[in-house]
Design a protein around this ligand. Structure first.
Ligand code: ARG
Length: 459
């Protein structure tokens, strides 16, 4: 068999197994648009610099558009014998326009080409992630605004800690997601240098203009070192890192939704549109989307770890190991986008069960800290002593099987003689949240101010 690509050097074609392990066209066809965009910019530059003629440049640029429309129209015949997207596109271009196609690869290599395609693709994914995050933040903000003053238990150790507002809890995720978006923004700025023109690894002797292609492709500048430009995939790892942390946040919210939608909590009802039923138990309404998001996170973490492993032992510059950077990144990106979209739908549709939240907020001695603070403020008691006195009152309530506000004044003064009736004012959950006015605290007014701030930021 003759060799489709390197017939000059090779007398024989590859073994079928060689072709199977070597080909990337099965997955890197996802780079078709980026590959053609990069090639069109490269051709325009070669033409402008007089490296190729204007008519060859025109023929190449036009022909590439035809190739793109064939790929997008689904009529393109991908060939494993041509290894990857780069060779597939070039071979088809050559069928369409003939001889000038052979001039496209002047001053370029697949090494800078794939580094370019992947950068363009990851950059788009970063933009999509930032958009997806903003949509989720908006859904959370709508919840926060509606329930700025609804009370619910705040937890530590998943044990009732202090009452908080529903809006405050929603806003906690808005903050986390805001940092997630900023991680993508930072990574995007860091990666936005063009590798095109680094050629195989050493640069080229042709009179190319790397600034021109960098600008045409939306980069801030060309990468300064040709070895680095073709050999690092840290921009992918930045993406996967940011994706992992974002996914971790989605997973925590998923976990809360799973807990909250249970019959034991009843804090939220998920919509039918974002739930599933059971084939045997007619009463069931399951939070599958939340569970799947929680699980997809594992794939994203896995991709991050896998690519770290692929890269860690590679000498400068390109090694074929780096072809293994793509599938897991595609999978991670798809998982993240789907998780963001599903979470946005779930949050937008879910309804909080206000009475259940309020009832839960008031149970579990959630205002014990308010009581201790009252002792400090009213009786000038050292906080440690107030903690002790309050602990004794909690113990008493627990023994009597009631909550703190249900104790009588006599019960209270039995534990500490100076306690007065005023103490009951601070034992209610609404008083409790309204009093948490310190900056960043859970008071409804704070929540409203933060909602307004975020709305402005996201507008
Ligand atoms: N398909 C290859 C990849 O994905 C393109 C680069 C090939 N370069 C090479 N020197 N074999 O990494």
């Amino acid at each position: 068999a003759s060799n489709a690509m390197w017939g000059g050097r090779f007398a024989d074609g590859p073994d079928a197994i060689m072709e199977a392990i070597n080909a990337s066209i099965g997955f890197d066809q996802r780079f078709a648009r980026q590959d053609i965009e990069g090639s069109r910019a490269h051709a325009a530059m070669l033409g402008a610099q007089g490296v190729i003629t204007a008519s060859d440049m025109e023929a190449i640029r036009e022909g590439l558009l035809t190739v793109l429309s064939e790929i997008e129209g689904g009529t393109f015949q991908f060939s494993t014998a041509l290894e990857d997207i780069h060779m597939n596109v070039e071979a088809r271009l050559s069928e369409i326009i003939g001889e000038p196609a052979g001039r496209l690869h002047t001053g370029r290599s697949r090494n800078d080409q794939v580094a370019l395609d992947f950068r363009l693709w990851v950059r788009d994914q970063m933009d999509a992630a930032i958009e997806g995050i903003a949509a989720l933040q908006n859904a959370l903000l709508a919840q926060a605004e509606a329930g700025a003053d609804w009370v619910m238990p705040g937890f530590t150790h998943l044990q009732t800690a202090q009452p908080v507002t529903w809006g405050h809890h929603m806003l906690a995720y808005v903050e986390m997601l805001g940092r997630d978006a900023s991680r993508f923004t930072d990574a995007r700025a860091r990666m936005n240098e063009s590798p095109l023109g680094a050629a195989a690894l050493a640069g080229t002797s042709f009179d190319i203009d790397r600034d021109m292609t960098a600008t045409a492709l939306g980069f801030d500048r060309p990468a300064a070192n040709s070895l680095d430009a073709v050999s690092d995939r840290d921009f992918v790892l930045d993406f996967l890192n940011a994706a992992s942390i974002c996914a971790m946040h989605l997973s925590r919210l998923s976990e809360e939704l799973v807990i909250w939608s249970s019959a034991q909590f009843r804090f939220v009802t998920l919509s039918d549109r974002f739930s599933t039923g059971s084939s045997i138990m007619p009463q069931k309404k399951n939070p599958d989307a939340a569970e799947l998001i929680r699980a997809k996170v594992g794939r994203i973490f896995g991709a991050n770890t896998a690519l770290m492993m692929v890269m860690k032992g590679l000498p400068m510059t390109y090694s074929k190991d780096m072809q293994e950077d793509k599938e897991m990144t595609f999978d991670a990106a798809d998982s993240l986008m789907l998780a963001l979209a599903a979470m946005t739908g779930m949050v937008a549709d879910m309804s909080a069960n206000r009475p259940a939240l309020e009832q839960a907020a008031a149970s579990g001695f959630s205002t014990a800290t308010d009581l201790a603070d009252w002792l400090v403020r009213t009786l000038d008691m050292p906080f440690r002593e107030a903690h002790h006195v309050t602990g004794a009152l909690v113990k008493l309530a627990e023994d009597k099987g009631c909550d703190l506000p249900d104790l009588s004044l006599a019960d209270m003064t039995g534990v500490h003689p100076k306690i007065t009736r005023d103490v009951f004012d601070v034992l209610g959950v609404y008083n409790s949240v309204a009093s948490r006015t310190s900056y960043g605290g859970t008071a409804p007014d704070n929540v409203r101010a933060q909602v307004a701030r975020w709305k402005e930021r996201l507008a």
